[in-house]
Design a protein around this ligand. Structure first.
Ligand code: NAP
Length: 252
């Protein structure tokens, strides 16, 4: 079955790196018009340069200012057409022993991942932002850290747990508006975030971490496939759920 998504327009956070970037490029290859955000303008431009076609946009934005998302999306929808989907891939890792936890370490994690969920969902309720002639899809990134305890991960785990809880209630609230809401629970995916997480681990610790995934570490394509599925009409009857893509991490 070939997937034609040429009628789709998707707004993506975290489009300057890793999973968000790879998903933007893959969607463009399926005919989707993408608008990406991230803080680094240079890296956003690199993503756009790798996208197929010309109908793409980027907006440099620190998600600490997430409340500006509805206005930004309105402006972009006026340029490219109302959005059929949103992929919230932005996020920030945090490895922080609890005795070092303080607002200045907690806030950046929630600012990049949790708070934007509400602004993105709110934006999709606006006629000028979301395509009204079809079922719209909001997909957010989560992690196995939401479901398993790990040393030093309480802040990150809490942020992803909050996202999954929000997804269920948003799915209930937004179904009457024809909006689906789902998350992807990812295991370790080899991206820049993964490099930063593993850079200070010994070879033995990395091997141990890898062995916890029955199928080893994942690649961005493993998540891209899940994201494309959830953003496409192929998943038209799926809402309020979390799709686990973790190489078998959680089944043990
Ligand atoms: N890689 C993994 O093993 C893994 C596993 C489970 C879940 N995840 C989740 O998957 C998502 C993508 O991760 P990744 O591995 O692709 O990470 P990544 O390569 O580090 O990319 C993170 C993205 O988030 C953006 N971002 C971070 N803070 C931001 C802020 N304050 N404002 C705006 N944009 C911000 C970054 O853009 P700028 O730097 O340009 O601002 C970048 O585009 C995250 O939610 C992560 O928690 C990843």
């Amino acid at each position: 079955m070939s997937l034609d998504m040429s009628e789709h327009r998707v707004f993506i956070t975290g489009g300057s790196s890793g999973i968000g970037r790879a998903t933007a490029v893959a969607l463009s290859q399926l005919g989707v018009s993408v608008v990406i955000t991230g803080r680094s303008e240079e890296r956003l431009k690199e993503t756009i340069a790798n996208c197929k076609g010309n109908e793409h946009g980027y907006v440099s934005l620190d998600l600490a200012n997430h409340e500006s998302l509805p206005q930004i999306m309105k402006e972009q929808a006026a340029k490219f057409g109302p959005f059929t989907g949103v992929f919230h891939a932005a996020g920030l890792e945090s490895i922080c022993p609890i005795n070092l936890a303080k607002s200045s370490r907690i806030e950046p994690v929630f600012e990049s991942s949790v708070w934007p969920v509400f602004s993105l969902a709110k934006a999709l309720t606006k006629k000028s932002i979301a395509a009204m002639d079809r079922r719209v899809s909001l997909v957010t990134m989560s992690s196995v850290a939401s479901a398993r305890g790990q040393q030093g991960m309480s802040i990150y785990s809490a942020s992803k747990g909050a996202i999954e809880a929000a997804v269920r209630s948003l799915a209930v609230e937004l179904a009457p508006r024809n909006i689906r809401v789902n998350s992807i629970i990812a295991g370790a995916i080899e991206t820049e975030m993964h490099e930063r997480i593993t850079t200070n681990l010994s070879e033995d610790m990395i091997e141990d971490y890898k062995r916890k995934h029955l199928l080893g570490f994942g690649s961005v394509d493993d998540i891209v496939n899940a994201a494309v599925f959830l953003l496409s009409n192929q998943s038209n009857w799926i809402t309020g759920t979390s799709l686990v893509v973790d190489g078998g991490y959680l089944c043990k």
